[in-house]
Design a protein around this ligand. Sequence first.
Ligand SMILES: [Fe+2]
Length: 245
Amino acid sequence: MFKLFKKKRKSFINPVKVDMHSHLIPGVDDGVKDFEESITIIKKFLSLGYKKLITTPHIMKEFYDNSWDTLAEPFHELKKLLYEQRIPMEIELGAEYHIDEFFIEKLDRNEKMLTFGDNHILVETSFYNAPVFLKDVLFELMTKGYNPIFAHPERYFYLAQNSNLLNELKDMQILFQINISSLQGYYGKHAKKIAEKIVENGWVDFVGSDCHNIGHVDALEKTIRSKSYQSIEFKNIQNNRFFRR
Ligand SMILES: [Fe+2]
């Protein structure tokens, strides 16, 4: 027998209006491949209730030697396409800085960094080894007036093995951004466990998609629609502070 009615999708609540971690500028890092993919993904974010995307291309000297000079043109092109296609999504350019010796040189030279919000700067490290100078760099960022956001702490193997360091970073008042899909196990069991611990401790300052491609936004949707995600009450989440309207 034919189904007369389409099964209605369950509604969901997404209190997060601003995503502040993604790779939606084509050709500048390991994110989206072309503008078509960017637009498809942005439409999907719109359907999930997002109003603003702060996109954060990798800045990692050896692989993605990006700066405002390499990013401004494709960013403005994307903005123009959104305007022409009347897609009501605000976008802003940030970056995800890899903490390494090149980053420290930039910091020491007082080079202008790509920040967003109130001088917020998104930083990441190698997945395997903590830079020996991690805490010093974060401290230096803070003394120079930046608000460092540590990207996806749940995904670092060195933090899985040394949870003290996670506590120490929080004691330093470093802001934590977890990837939403980590809570569904998208990045593996360990990442899920640490993400859950960060949530339980009330340490989530920001949630992000870390969207690099269509697959990531599909996984994001699956998590947002899940019962377990819907039941989380993020107490200190700050994403929406970047949306002023
Ligand atoms: Fe990222």
